[in-house]
Every structure is written in structure tokens, then in C-alpha cells.
Design a protein around this ligand. Structure first.
Ligand code: ATP
Ligand code: MG
Length: 292
């Protein structure tokens, strides 16, 4: 069978929201850790020059060590993949210079496909179950190129009043990229509500409103606001390693389980659609050509 997103081993997921501080990096780091704990092989790609996912997984950002040189062809993508202190969990780190990649990518023809082409070799090698990309908080070229490279997007949002506004922007962007042909397979993997404070009515109202609009696209798991989650990055650890039994760690484990279940279901649906689309073509080729 040909290597298509539905049959390929690696699922590429961007975690994105152009709004800042909505739990993107925290989700990448902890979802990656929870998937790795479940024995999935994971590659995190830190696409934010702030390098928060890099430091949150225990690595010090290092000059020259990011996706940037691979995007320009100056280094091989395989050479920049780094192990983390956590089993099954690898990373392409970020550092401040990655900001310069925006300019560099913009200069290249077909620039939205540059990230995809760069990571293609990693996907062909089929060693990772999941690639999780941590996007910067903007609608810039790094973020849009990540969406062009992804099979799907997890949108994180904070349980706050203005959260909905930002959400429609990214949902429309995903639609535009899919329908405009930049990435025909792109879909919303799911919407994850983060920093939920059960004591406030506002948080409960926001969750209800988002579910009202987006229904099943919103994950059942809601990540609580937790001091342990916010402390963990300063120790260079996911909360699952920092305080494995705390509520925040449990929430991310629960989320990983739901994430995998949904990802499997999507893959099965995509594969079925692909074989249905391929069947008439196969039947057509099987028809003997009329004798001349
Ligand atoms: P940016 O847009 O700047 O990249 P982001 O969307 O990646 O931000 P994070 O860095 O994950 O957001 O989170 C923003 C801040 O909120 C961080 O200080 C983080 O530690 C904290 N935070 C994230 N999730 C939680 C949570 N569930 N409970 C408490 N604090 C949290
Ligand atoms: Mg971030």
C-alpha cells in the first residue's frame, strides 16, 4: 500500500493557537511525555524561537541547533534530532535564531511546503508514532508552515472570556488551508480546554459555550489550572516527571488516552475513505479493453 497520511506510521500534529499563553507548550511537553509513557515514540519539534518546549523537556537551547539549518538545507534533519532525558521522547530543539527562519522560508519558492519537505525524511523513516509541533503565538510563516506540514491541529484554549474570539480565527485558517489546497488533509484534531478553574462560574460557562459551538471537536478531558503544572518547566521536566501523581499529571495522562483513541479513529476513517476512492479506479483498470 502506498505511504499516505492514513497508512503512514507517523501522525503529525501541530499544537497551535495564535493567542499567547493558552497552554500550547505545556500541552506539547506533557502530551509528549504522556504518549512516551504509554510507549509511543514521539518527536517534539519546537517551532517557537522562545524555546519553551526545549527547556521544558530539560534541554538548554544551543546556538545553531534548531530546525532552521535543516530548512535551508545547511544540515540534515536527522542530525538535529536530540534525545531528551525521557525514554521514547526526542526533540528538534529551538533557539532564538529560529526567528530568522521566517525570512529565509519566505524567500523560498513554495515556501509553505518547506517544513513538510524538511521533515519528510523523518516521516519516511517511520520511527516515530507521533510528531508534535509546538507553534509560536502568531499567524506568521513558522506557524502557517507547521499547519501546511501537519495532518491535524490540536487547538488549546484557556477557559477565559475572550477565548472564543481567537478560536474562530484559527478554525477559519485551517479551513482556508484545506480548501485552498495548501494542505488538503488538514483537520482539527480537537480543541483542548486548559487552565480550568473549577471554582469559577466563568470557567464553567466558557467550557459550556465552546462545547455548544464546537460539540465533539472539544476533548472530554479538561486540563485544570495547577500550580504543579506551572512549576514543572523551571525544573526542565514535564509535570508527569516532576510530580507524577498530581492532578495535572493525571489530567494529561487522561488526555493522552483520549488523544490516541481519537487519532486512531480518524486514521481508520481516512484509510476507509482512501480505499473507497481507490476502488473505482482499480475496477476501471480491471475492465478489459474492448477488442479492436
Ligand atoms: P506562548 O503563546 O507564549 O507560546 P503557550 O500557549 O505555549 O504560550 P504555555 O507556555 O504552555 O502557553 O502556558 C502559559 C503559562 O501558563 C506558562 O507559565 C505555563 O506554565 C502556565 N500554564 C499552562 N498550563 C497551565 C495549567 N494547566 N495550570 C497552571 N498553569 C499553567
Ligand atoms: Mg509556547
Amino acid at each position: 500500500m502506498s505511504d499516505t497520511p492514513a497508512t503512514r506510521r507517523t501522525r503529525v500534529v501541530a499544537v497551535a493557537n495564535q493567542k499567547g499563553g493558552v497552554g500550547k507548550t505545556t500541552t506539547v511537553v506533557n502530551l509528549a511525555a504522556a504518549l512516551a509513557e504509554r510507549r509511543h515514540t514521539v518527536l517534539v519539534i519546537d517551532l517557537d524561537p522562545q524555546a519553551n518546549a526545549t527547556s521544558g523537556l530539560g534541554l538548554a537551547p544551543r546556538a545553531g541547533l534548531s530546525l532552521y539549518p535543516a530548512l535551508t538545507g545547511a544540515s540534515d534533519v536527522a542530525d538535529i534530532i536530540q534525545p531528551t532525558p525521557f525514554e521514547n521522547l526526542n526533540i528538534i530543539p529551538a533557539e532564538l535564531d529560529l526567528a530568522g527562519a521566517e525570512v529565509e522560508i519566505a524567500r523560498q519558492p513554495d515556501h509553505l511546503q518547506v517544513v513538510r519537505k524538511t521533515i519528510d525524511r523523518v516521516l519516511e523513516a517511520a520511527v516515530f508514532d507521533y510528531v508534535l509541533m509546538d507553534c509560536p503565538p502568531s499567524l506568521g510563516i513558522l506557524m502557517t508552515s507547521a499547519l501546511a506540514a501537519a495532518d491535524s491541529v490540536v487547538v488549546t484554549m484557556q477557559c477565559e472570556y475572550y477565548a472564543m474570539e481567537g478560536l474562530s480565527v484559527i478554525v477559519q485558517l485551517v479551513q482556508k488551508m484545506r480548501d485552498g489546497g495548501v494542505n488538503p488533509r488538514l483537520e482539527i484534531e480537537g480543541i483542548l480546554m486548559t487552565m480550568f478553574d473549577a471554582r469559577t462560574k466563568l470557567a464553567q460557562d466558557v467550557v459550556q459555550e465552546v462545547r455548544g459551538h464546537f460539540g465533539d471537536q472539544v476533548y472530554g478531558t479538561v486540563i485544570p489550572r495547577s500550580v504543579r503544572i506551572s512549576e514543572a518547566p523551571s525544573f526542565g521536566k514535564p509535570v508527569l516527571a516532576y510530580d507524577p501523581a498530581c492532578k495535572g499529571a493525571e489530567a494529561y495522562r487522561h488526555f493522552a488516552k483520549e488523544f490516541v483513541k481519537r487519532a486512531h479513529a480518524r486514521r481508520a476513517t481516512q484509510a476507509a475513505a482512501q480505499s473507497a476512492a481507490a476502488a473505482p479506479a482499480a475496477a476501471a483498470t480491471a475492465v478489459p479493453s474492448p477488442a479492436s
